[in-house]
Design a protein around this ligand. Structure first.
Ligand code: SF4
Length: 111
């Protein structure tokens, strides 16, 4: 887990990570360098961390056409990113996905 902020630089500047992606990613993920193709490269990182109750619309608009949206979302899910917009989804939306995955895993184990 990390207490980072997003950016295409989503991973490097905008999300203001305490670790670089290179430090956190596994070798296979590193090869992909997905963040190099991020739509949010050069976009103000604060856009992805709106104040509580503020609109997430602009950030989600940037994510909408991002070709690495899936990788970004999976990165956030795998790393338990609790804050900001990742892969076009808010913290709440990502929590819902984590809950659904946990339910699915429990049902498979219990089956
Ligand atoms: S999905 Fe959004 S936050 Fe993630 S890399 Fe793309 S533009 Fe950036």
């Amino acid at each position: 887990m990390s207490d980072s902020k997003p950016t295409g630089d989503h991973g490097r500047k905008a999300h203001n990570m305490t670790q670089s992606y290179e430090d956190m990613l596994q070798p296979a993920e590193l090869e992909e360098n997905w963040q190099d193709d991020a739509n949010c490269l050069g976009v103000d990182p604060d856009l992805f961390f709106p104040e509580r109750g503020a609109s997430t619309r602009e950030a989600k608009e940037v994510c909408r056409g991002c070709v690495v949206r899936g990788q970004c979302l999976e990165f956030a899910l795998q790393n338990g990113e609790k804050f900001g917009i990742w892969g076009g989804l808010s913290e709440r939306e990502r929590r819902r996905i984590r809950r659904q995955r946990a339910q699915t895993a429990r049902s498979i184990i219990g089956a």
